[in-house]
Design a protein around this ligand. Structure first.
Ligand code: ADP
Ligand code: FDP
Length: 681
């Protein structure tokens, strides 16, 4: 019942790069080395977005990253910035340095920095170490991280590379403006210095700023306007068109950051041991241990492929769905980082943030009672005012997201519960309004020749990403975390009362919750419950880029194929509806003999043309072939072994299909009689 496909290529390999710079003089001169380069993640030659190298010893700085294999070359240079004035910089002399992806040969030469004063030239030693990593190395690294093992291969610490890492280091937060926003606008409960409420780091509601919609927190409004003018964060909205050396720098609305996620892509990677990598090994005991980095990658994989084709022409709206405390914001944040890392303009819009800015953190004004403990009331499905208010802020956020996409943004991530069909319909309609047709966004451009407006169309796809969690222990813990961290409960001094209120809110949501059954969707089910987790994918063609390591087992959605996959631990399993057995319609559950007896005319038609015969209310083999197309295309693209567990394969048989330049080789392994046969097809 199983077929394994293996391909000979190594295109999913990634290049691990570790750069070190040694120079005893820099520290005493108060200078900090940075790296900047051609790729947006290295600042796109914009010195203000250069990546900070971390000081590892008194005279040694380091930076590590993973470069995806599809990037052909990465040109870069070193530059020095004074510790206390990051706007001045000294770029190294000489030609650009080049890293050729797919090759681990790098030219090593010292870096020379020329000063116009008596300092003269400062020379720094450079060490560059590269290594091509297979998906398995990365997966093992991820696993090692999850288990909090000490690095087995490299000694360097994990990297979080962030264009604004200096201010991050100073503030402990990713962005000056957003830090200030949280500090001054919405009170946040004391979560410990290193914990940031993820929703706070999402997009700032521009519709609420520009339309003058008032907040019941006056400080908010005033502060926001000041911030935009530049008082709070001079860097965030400043745009520069030229780098220090005159190179063109693409305009950027916000700081670009790449996170080489801890674990996945961490320099602390570990070689695979004989152990298997299992989602079920994920520990889930404290937030400090963080949640699996995998989901972000998993979900990203499922959507990243939507980005294939000319990048500037493709738009993707990812709409999160799920009850509160299911990890939506967490997943959206990971997805945002991951897609940005892949090079896609991505923004995360959190409706909770909009709600808090518009209505404040205490919704009692819209609820029946004035007690703080009644705030859950705002979320009651039959609280007309509450529902309207929530829809209103959701519409504002969607409006902002669609406008940003029209202006050039590529992936918008819309983070709210979106727990009813009505709400999702509203969002789809809004998107269609902008798109004119579900797949198209129309933007006017001037056609000078004809002196009239024509329209340039580009496609926009909506994908629902639903997070489902049935594990009561996980939920209990998540709920307490939400109360501890959400600004909604910042003013609630009685923690247990906050938990009760949040549970009440959840119960209201549960009453009206309608899981997604419509459109294109990815369902992430129990990803953190310790059972391995499952993904359900519907109507997403060509998903799963080869470089993603977490998708290695594919099953249909039917019990028997899921059960067959169960003993295979080590990889999350993905259910594809496209792999389901033929739908036999009214004949479902009957044997051929029974069909012959009960439905002789059907039996007769089927015998005449098995390929085209379609069961009443069911499918024909031609239909099945058609729905299998995306699976086949995806298989072709995979560069790591994939196990497909599906139907109509001889019992107790594994078919290994090797795709190579010389054609396709098929091997059959009979599990019961150990006789193997080989055939070319
Ligand atoms: N897939 C998941 N299933 C369940 N819990 C998760 C998942 N991913 C992350 N979490 C945990 O859920 C907690 C609440 O997450 P959050 O993203 O704020 O929830 P939501 O946005 O759904 O209200 C996080 O602190 C995280 O530890
Ligand atoms: O309007 P819906 O779809 O319920 O979603 C947004 C709401 O989700 C909530 C539900 O608790 O999420 P969040 O945790 O992101 O703050 C509310 O804050 C927010 O107002």
């Amino acid at each position: 019942m199983a077929a394994a496909a293996r391909s000979s290529g190594g295109m999913s390999d990634q290049l691990f790069v570790s750069i070190k710079l040694e120079c005893p003089r820099l520290a005493e001169m108060g200078l900090v080395p940075h790296v900047f380069g051609s790729h947006p993640v290295a600042g796109a030659w914009d010195p203000s977005k250069a990546l900070l190298m971390e000081q590892e010893e008194a005279a040694l700085w380091g930076l590590s990253c993973i470069v995806p294999s599809h990037r052909e070359t990465l040109d870069f240079k070193f530059l020095l910035k004074p510790k206390d004035n990051s706007s001045h910089c000294i770029v190294e002399e000489g030609p650009d340095r080049s890293l050729v992806c797919g090759s681990n040969e790098v030219e090593i030469r010292n870096a020379l920095f020329k000063f116009n004063d008596e300092t003269g030239v400062v020379e720094c030693k450079i060490f560059v170490e590269t290594e091509i990593l297979s998906p398995f190395d990365l997966a093992a690294s991820w696993k090692a991280h999850q288990e909090h093992l000490q690095p087995r291969v490299r000694g360097a610490h994990d990297v979080i590379m962030n264009a604004d890492s200096e201010s991050r280091a100073k503030n402990g937060f990713a962005s000056g403006l957003e830090l200030d926003l949280e500090k001054y606008v919405v009170p946040t409960p004391n979560m410990g210095s290193d914990v940031v409420y993820a929703a706070n780091l999402t997009e700032n509601p521009r519709s609420l700023l520009t339309t003058g919609i008032s907040s019941n927190n006056d400080t908010t409004k005033g502060f926001l306007h000041n911030s935009i003018k530049g008082d709070a964060s001079p860097n965030l909205y400043a745009s520069e068109n030229k780098g220090a050396d005159g190179r063109h720098v693409p305009p950027q609305e916000e700081q670009r950051a790449i996170f080489v996620d801890r674990g996945v892509g961490s320099p602390e990677f570990a070689r695979p041991t004989n152990e298997t990598i299992s989602m079920s090994n994920i520990k889930f005991d404290s937030e400090a241990k963080d949640m699996p980095a995998a989901e972000g990658a998993v979900a990203a994989a499922a959507v990243a492929d939507q980005m294939y084709g000319p990048k500037e022409d493709r738009k993707l709206a990812i709409v999160l769905v799920g009850l509160p405390a299911r990890g939506k914001t967490f997943t959206a944040a990971k997805l945002t980082r991951y897609l940005r890392w892949l090079g896609h303009e991505t923004k995360h819009f959190n409706v909770g943030k909009y709600r808090r800015l518009k209505h404040g953190i205490n919704q009692t004004s819209l609820s029946a009672s004035n007690s703080v403990e009644q705030t859950a009331d705002f979320f009651r499905g039959d609280n007309k005012e509450g529902v309207e208010a929530r829809n209103e802020v959701a519409a504002l956020a969607m409006e902002d997201m669609l406008s940003w996409m029209q202006e050039g943004g590529q992936v918008g991530i819309f983070d709210a519960t979106n727990s009813t069909r009505n709400r999702r319909n509203m969002l789809m309609k809004m998107a269609e309004g902008k798109c004119k047709s579900p797949k198209l966004i129309i933007v006017p451009i001037m056609n000078i020749n004809r002196k009239r407006r024509t329209y340039k169309a580009y496609s926009c796809t909506i994908i629902f990403l639903e997070t489902i969690c049935n594990d009561q222990n996980v939920l209990e813990r998540n709920m307490r975390l939400k109360v501890q961290r959400s600004p909604d409960y910042a003013e609630q001094t009685d923690f247990e009362a906050g938990v009760r209120d949040f549970k009440e809110r959840l119960a209201y949501y549960e009453k009206v919750y309608e899981p997604v059954e419509e459109g294109s969707y990815v369902k992430m089910i129990d990803m953190v419950s310790g059972t391995g987790g499952q993904l359900q994918i519907n109507d997403i063609s060509g998903y799963l880029p080869g470089r993603i390591v977490f998708f290695l087992i594919w099953t249909s959605t039917l019990q028997r194929s899921i059960l067959t996959a169960q003993p295979i631990i080590g990889f999350p399993k993905i259910q594809w509806r496209a792999l389901d057995e033929i739908n036999a319609g009214i004949c479902d559950g009957m044997t051929y003999d029974e069909i012959k007896k009960i439905k002789p005319e059907e039996y007769e038609s089927r015998s005449k043309d098995k390929l085209r015969y379609r069961y009443p209310r069911g499918e024909s083999y031609l239909d099945v072939i058609q729905r299998l197309e995306p699976v086949i295309i995806e298989l072709e693209r995979q560069r790591a072994p994939v196990v497909v567990i599906s139907h109509q394969i001889p019992l107790h048989t594994i078919i290994e299909i090797q795709m190579g330049v010389a054609g396709v080789q098929e091997k059959r392994y009979k599990l019961m009689d150990a006789v193997n046969s080989t055939a070319g097809i």
